[in-house]
Ligand binder design. Structure first.
Ligand code: HQG
Length: 183
């Protein structure tokens, strides 16, 4: 859920991207994308907003409506206001650290964009490092194991939900709370 002020900001963003890019000095490519850092700079200047990359991600994560999306350091409008229908889970306090096993080929992307649910509703995490290894081994013989600093993530508003014994679900986790386990 967004506050009234945040909703206003989100709507200003989609208005700029959908209808009036020129009014905000934005240049969109053929797919409707514009470069994220340039977008932030222009919006702050022309619309008097105080956007940052983190603030945009936070708006996206907490919004019920998808008005715009961020991919590969670019941003564009989303049409049709698809409303995310999530399986509602109860927020719980996770252990201090949780683990996620993933193939090497995803690591660069994860360390840039953070952990995202991709096709699922939530990010999947394990309480035990060993379980994360098993999950990662579905796709890579020697997977990368990421350790999630859940305290810091919770402090920034990331929600965690307890699934079955030892398995946790969460909202997207920014890369700054992830650490590659090396041992
Ligand atoms: C990766 C099984 C690029 C993520 C198991 C994972 C598990 C990113 C893959 C459960 C990314 C998604 C879940 C980013 C995350 N860039 N790749 N920014 N963020 N990824 O299968 O966690 O099949 O949807 O690391 O027991 O592997 O349901 O999730 O490799 O608990 O029975 O994107 O699935 O159970 O893959 O596995 P998945 P997962 P079930």
């Amino acid at each position: 859920m967004l506050t009234k002020e945040e909703q206003r900001i989100s709507k200003t963003i989609s208005y700029a991207l959908r209808h009036k890019p020129e009014e905000f000095d934005l240049l969109l490519d053929s797919e409707g994308y514009t470069e994220l850092s340039e977008f932030i700079e222009k919006m702050n200047k022309t619309a008097g907003l105080a956007l940052t990359v983190d603030k945009l991600h936070s708006l996206l994560e907490r919004s019920d409506k998808t008005r715009w999306e961020i991919t590969d350091q670019k941003i564009r409008a989303v049409y049709g206001h698809s409303i995310k229908k999530k399986i509602e889970k109860e927020v719980a306090v996770p252990p201090e650290y949780l683990y996620h096993g993933t193939p090497h080929k995803f690591l660069d992307s994860i360390l840039t964009k953070g952990l995202i649910p991709k096709g699922r509703q939530y990010v999947h995490l394990s309480q035990e490092q060993e379980t994360a290894v098993t999950v990662g081994k579905r796709r890579d013989d020697s997977p990368v194991i990421l350790k999630v600093d859940t305290r810091s993530a919770v402090n920034e508003g990331v929600c965690f939900y307890q699934e079955l014994e030892g398995i946790w679900l969460s909202d997207p986790i920014p890369a700054k709370y992830l650490e590659v386990v090396t041992d």
